[in-house]
Design a protein around this ligand. Sequence first.
Ligand code: NSS
Length: 435
Amino acid sequence: MTQNKWIPIASVLQGELVGRTVCIRGWIYRRSVVGGKAFVRIRDSTGVIQVVVDRSRVGARAVKELKDIGLEASVEACGTVVEQPRAPGGYEIHADRFNIIGYSRDFPIKGGEGLEYLLDNRHLVLRSPRYARLMKIKHTILRAGREYFISNGWWEVTPPILTASACEGGATLFPVKYFERTAYLSQSAQLYLEVLIYSLEKVWSLTPSFRAEKSRTRRHLAEYWHLEAEAAWYNMDDMMRVSEELVSYIVEKTLEERRRDLEEIGRNLDTLKQAVNTPYPRIRYDEAIEILQTKGVNIEWGADLGADEERVLAIEFEQPFFITHFPKEIKSFYMKLDPRDDRVVLGFDLLAPEGYGEIIGGSEREDDYEALLKRIVENGLNPEDYKWYLDLRRYGSVPHSGFGLGIERLAMWIAGLNHIRDTIPFPRFRGRIYP
Ligand code: NSS
């Protein structure tokens, strides 16, 4: 048997093979046996089709076996393609041959199970067509993200995952035993990307990032995929433009290539379409606080915006939007202070609309040696740990900016999910690292 004898289910569903004999293979998704006939829905990576297995054509044994066999057995079938408006997808295959390749007895997912049970059986749950669609959406998001940078002349680089010091503060660091000492899993490639702009000017990377988040929330993972960019000579405005172009490009490509998958999982495309248009609205932190106060939120200037505050703001907008110029106390040590008001930083967050909140964090970086040293000390960090990072400001410092995009945050919004866990096949949270 040659490999190309088997055709993808999706190509049968296109309808041009009516009357022809085809062979497909996949897994049993649903089946029912009525009299001498079995109606078997088979799925592969491309779709689901109904195969009719009739005793008179394939023999009694196959139909009897199908009565006993469990869901998710792997099978192959050959038969004639028939138009059938009552079948899902509009076509079915009337089998001449039907073989079971791998038996499956008592498949443990039957529908209606609780969340923890499903997470314990994640290795099997991931077979459902819904997860396949979500993983395809993520594939397109990742592909479009890479494509944006490559086609705009940015260099891809490979920063380390094992690191010696914090980028985003000690509270969410994951320590690991590293020979005789302690190292940390990377929270962000930023500090390394800053090194590399001195040779390549515009760089990007896509890596896992790790955050030891103390609580389980709907939008925090302990391990997530981080798409980061850094460029010499870019100020905050330049970098905000890159961020919005990137997000707009990813949304556009996903709408183009994954429309069907988005519709099938119930995403409202009308709101999503608005994210293709740029520029995105920009508000300053001061204005965000005013909006929140007029909405009755109890918040004062200087406080960080948590998920609840972001949700209130993100309902106000139909497009992704920027918040800029945060108080320096609530942002990281590396952000440049605004020369016009040194209480605030030249930093920005990009928030997704429809209540989703932050998907990107970025800033212009402090490029002056003394000012950066002061910020490191003010933040209670040890300058010794950042000697190499400070060196960048001693030898040919340049203005520069960058940002990080959380791929799963973006996927959560694009897919319209109410929890981040379904944007990643094997989610990592506090209290769970299985499978
Ligand atoms: O902490 S960030 O806001 N910023 C940085 O890490 C910068 N050092 C990036 C840079 O400038 N190169 O994280 C960036 C994004 C944030 O907007 C979220 O979208 C995502 O990373 N993020 C997360 N996603 C999922 N789970 C968790 N815990 C998480 N933390 C941040």
